[in-house]
Design a protein around this ligand. Structure first.
Ligand code: AMP
Ligand code: ZN
Length: 114
């Protein structure tokens, strides 16, 4: 049995505000947004962390980035700028163990991140 919350969003077992979907990926609004635009882009396939990616998934990871670019354009933040983040494991604060790219924008970001 798969208790992964993001797999449940992929399977439409729990609701999410889906902003984009294709055969490989789903993108939806983060439930606790940290910026005016905060979208999570995930593969439909369950991959726990960035450490688990293998070479044959290169195209899938590229697809996730292209979807981030597309959503950034649609939301009107592409030119002003935005941040994309994959958190991996404890030190980065990964809470959901199904890889997800955070797309954050609509406000000025600070660096270094906390
Ligand atoms: P991370 O800390 O990188 O694992 O980020 C997990 C993100 O998932 C957080 O920003 C949460 O707010 C978000 N999140 C958790 N559950 C849901 C959900 N059901 N729908 C949308 N976003 C969620
Ligand atoms: Zn999953």
């Amino acid at each position: 049995m798969n208790d992964c919350i993001f797999c449940k969003i992929v399977d439409k077992e729990i609701p999410a505000e889906i902003v984009y979907e294709n055969e490989e990926v789903v993108a939806f609004n983060d439930i606790n947004p940290q910026a005016p635009v905060h979208v999570l882009i995930i593969p439909k396939k369950h991959i726990p962390t960035l450490n688990n990616i293998v070479g044959e998934q290169k195209k899938l990871i590229g697809e996730i980035l292209l979807v981030a670019q597309k959503i950034a354009r649609e939301k009107g933040i592409a030119e002003r700028g935005y941040r994309t983040v994959f958190n991996c494991n404890a030190d980065a604060g990964q809470d959901v163990f199904h890889i997800h790219l955070h797309l954050l924008g609509g406000r000025k970001m600070t660096w270094p991140p906390g």
